[in-house]
Ligand binder design. Structure first.
Ligand SMILES: [Zn+2]
Length: 90
């Protein structure tokens, strides 16, 4: 299975006997615009960062006062920044 963010392979998770217990990686939202996107362990770090940064941006009173449109643009900027960071790691 390929990561929808970096297009690299998603490493399957194995149990102690080496059998595959999970091979679908992580939920890539919001770092991919594909529905139900999946991502690898490395990209998941950036996914978590993006979620936290968006959460802080939304709870920032300055963002709230400046209206929904700007808040969406800021979220998109955060998403693109985190995608760039994820792709630079390869
Ligand atoms: Zn990846």
């Amino acid at each position: 299975m390929l990561c929808d963010v970096c297009k690299g392979n998603i490493k399957p998770r194995l149990n102690e006997s080496g059998a595959v217990v999970w091979d679908k990686g992580h939920n890539a939202d919001p770092l991919s615009f594909i529905p139900n996107a999946r991502c690898c362990d490395v990209c998941n770090e950036y996914v978590l960062q993006a979620r936290l940064q968006i959460m802080f941006a939304i709870s920032d009173p300055k963002t709230m006062q400046s209206g929904k449109k700007r808040s969406c643009k800021r979220q998109l900027n955060i998403i693109h920044h985190c995608i760039d960071q994820a792709l630079q790691g390869y």
